[in-house]
Design a protein. Structure first.
Ligand SMILES: Nc1ncnc2c1ncn2[C@@H]1O[C@H](COP(=O)(O)OP(=O)(O)OP(=O)(O)O)[C@@H](O)[C@H]1O
Length: 212
């Protein structure tokens, strides 16, 4: 759960009060309204000029950023794939986080969770844009974080795959007491969580869920 008070970041964000307390929340709003910036503030990739962000009651400004980002992981809009196999690309996030490597069964499980029916041994150079996006998503899910901040995770997917992936993500976080906050331009995705939309306009919140 995040509690945001008096948040200001440059001239981009000005949020007086916002509590994000649902298992799955969507940040929506026009291009340039500050959605990515808000997401980045939640794991200290952006440091606000003013205001306080509490995560489960803890002031994130007073938390070690590396420790914080182990619990609160972010997947940006243009994640990087490395040369090598699908398996290499899945394990690399764990290696960077100094976590033990995942078993082959676990790799297959996360790939299935994002609807990617590929072998971990396959090279990733030939993957399509939507397959690459899902591989990056699977890499982040392997991190076993408490909160997943996902910036347009389904932008390259067809509607059917999008629904499959987002529903799987939602049941993954709900089943394990985790949280998912995703930025989306997709009316279909936002429509799946009508009570949990944070609507941003010009860096200000227009409402969250039933608050409006
Ligand atoms: N580090 C920065 N320095 C200056 N301006 C920035 C910085 N980061 C973002 N901006 C500007 O802040 C505004 C909000 O950007 P942001 O990426 O948060 O928007 P967004 O709502 O996620 O947009 P989109 O839907 O197009 O991804 C934009 O006008 C952007 O150009």
């Amino acid at each position: 759960m995040f509690t945001i008070t008096g948040l200001k970041y440059r001239s981009i964000l000005d949020i007086q009060s916002l509590t994000i307390d649902r298992p799955v929340s969507c940040i929506t709003g026009p291009s340039g309204s500050g959605k990515t910036t808000l997401l980045r503030c939640l794991n200290r990739l952006c440091e606000p000029d003013e205001g306080v962000i509490l995560y489960n009651g803890m002031d994130i400004a007073r938390t070690d950023p590396v420790m914080l980002r182990r619990q609160i992981v972010m997947l940006g809009q243009s994640p990087v794939l490395y040369d090598g196999t699908i398996g290499d690309n899945l394990q690399i996030g764990l290696r960077f986080a100094q976590k033990p490597a995942a078993s082959r069964d676990r790799l297959l499980e996360v790939l299935a969770g994002v609807g990617l029916q590929k072998s971990p041994d396959e090279e990733c150079q030939t993957l399509s844009g939507g397959e690459r996006q899902r591989l990056c998503l699977a890499r982040v899910l392997l991190m076993d974080a408490k909160v997943y901040l996902l910036d347009e995770p389904s932008s390259a997917l067809d509607k059917e795959t999008e629904r499959f992936v987002i529903e799987n993500l939602a049941s993954f976080v709900r089943g394990r007491g985790k949280e998912l906050i995703l930025v989306t331009h997709s009316p279909e995705v936002a429509g799946m969580y009508p009570g949990a939309q944070i609507r941003l306009s010009g860096g200000r919140t227009e409402g969250y869920g039933d608050e409006q």
